[in-house]
Write a protein that binds this ligand. Sequence first.
Ligand code: F6R
Length: 625
Amino acid sequence: MCGIVGYVGGRQALDLAVDALRRMEYRGYDSAGIALVGTDENGESFLKAVKRTGKLANLEDKIAEVGAETLTGSTAIGHTRWATHGRPTDENAHPHVSFDNKVAVVHNGIIENFAPLRAELEAEGITLQSDTDTEVATHLLALAYNDGDTAGDFRASALKVLNRLEGAFTVLFTHADHPDQIIAARRSTPLIVGVGEGEMFLGSDVAAFIEHTKNAVELGQDNVVIITRDDYEILNFDGTAAEGRPFTIDWDLEAAEKGGFDSFMMKEIHEQPAAVRDTLAGHFEDGRVILDESNLSQSDLKSFNQVFVVACGSAYHSGLLAKYAIEHWVRIPVQIEVASEFRYRDPVLDERTLVLAISQSGETADTLEAVRHAKSQGAKVLAVCNTNGSQIPRESDAVLYTHAGPEIGVASTKAFLAQVVANYIVGLALAQAKGTKYPDEISDIWASLEEIPGKVEEVLASQEEVGKLTSALGAVPTMLFLGRGVGFPVALEGALKLKELAYIHAEGFAAGELKHGPIALIEDGLPVVVVVPSPHGVKQLHSKIVSNIQEIRARGAKTIVIAEEGDTAVEPYANWLIRIPATPSIMQPLLATVPLQFLAADIARECGNEDIDKPRNLAKSVTVE
Ligand code: F6R
């Protein structure tokens, strides 16, 4: 939520900052801006800022209007915004510049005590230019630098201001009198340092600088970092020395770019076989499931007598599938809750509770707070996460990484499939430790998981068929999705994808609930997607959904049926039939979700939403509650 970049080095900082913001744009695109500091030919230091509401392209137009040649400087900070305080306007865009035109600040997160700080500044006679919480930090820094015990000392002034801010934030400060450094800080929101040769970078994630260096440093909680061309120094908020964690980035630039597809989302849909394969890799050897990355011992696993799953959005849908799998394989109760609700009631947790916190980004504020609450209650937390070094795994007792690679498209696709797979690995590890499945049963389930990448490849071939169906459907004002058993979370996920990409009303229902109300929505021509359970699974489920299809068709619905190859029973009731390979029921969501991703993307384009990577009002990682 909001992308932040910083650069200090010998190159033209403007171009580097624009490129870095392009890679950060998935984190927010309500506005974008850059501030540059440098020294002119007369030795005078300067600060220049340029910003504009809307996507980065608008900022590029503004730069062209102003003239890129006038925006020189070898130090830059940049920001791409997902609005929290204040509407997306030019005034509210970052960077914010101080009353004396010396300080520029970009910020991700929320400064919770901004109201009293704002009142204090107004009492000093400072007129604030924006409605944002961020702007207060800008003027406070200028005041601290101009007067009092921190006068003329950028570092001391920055620390003074940081210690006054409450909330969760990443901030980058530049000062015109210090054109060779950036001071940055993080509390609960992300910031990574990129270490180049004679240049240093800052980014909300490594994609900001991956093109220039693979050497990165992860900052701890409540850390400050001061970067110059040749060095970085990490401090605590009290000014004492702190240590970061250096690491080498194992993603390459290509992984963070589109690879020949017209959108990141399409690329990521096609990367799903690899995401599943890579997530499975290394977790099954000599007939045993291995949770080697996870830090949980066999006796820990054995001791759990209940599981709580906390997650948001698509990750929550993957968690619903964890419930089906774990209860079936391990025979212990699994409760699942959207993370934003979890800590506001009083869930019954203890040291024999495993809390599974699922998050692609590892930054989602609601999930992070749920993790903190679970730990405070003595539960053990296992994070399922796609982002190395992010906050949720850092604060959890253990982590199982999904290896989906960077997911840039805002709507989750490959990360969702990888989460389902990781959840199943957790379920199998629990079943193995508790002895609720025989080793040969576990091996059989593992063998079906290993077949999934090949089967997903087959489903990817359905893209064309889905395209034809979308054109035939034409404009649709609303759409329903039905499923039973493990098809129900798929229905929810299909509806969520359609809402976020096409901006049309969509709802997912358990097909059995239909007659308890939603059937009233069915009218002539209404498209309804039905995820049909395998005829080889629980028999009653299949026949019951076939009855449900007949009920809605009798009321005029047009049915789009996702069914297993060889399931001929559904043929008479499908206006459109999309086939997926046969697989054990519990694995079916890993296949049935894929055509629904295509469907949502195609309908979005039919509706004129070409930029499916960046749906309106959304951001990739939601770091505010
Ligand atoms: C939907 C989507 C969101 C995320 C949710 C959780 O396509 O992407 O619903 O799944 O915001 O995000 P993470 O997994 O990063 O915690």
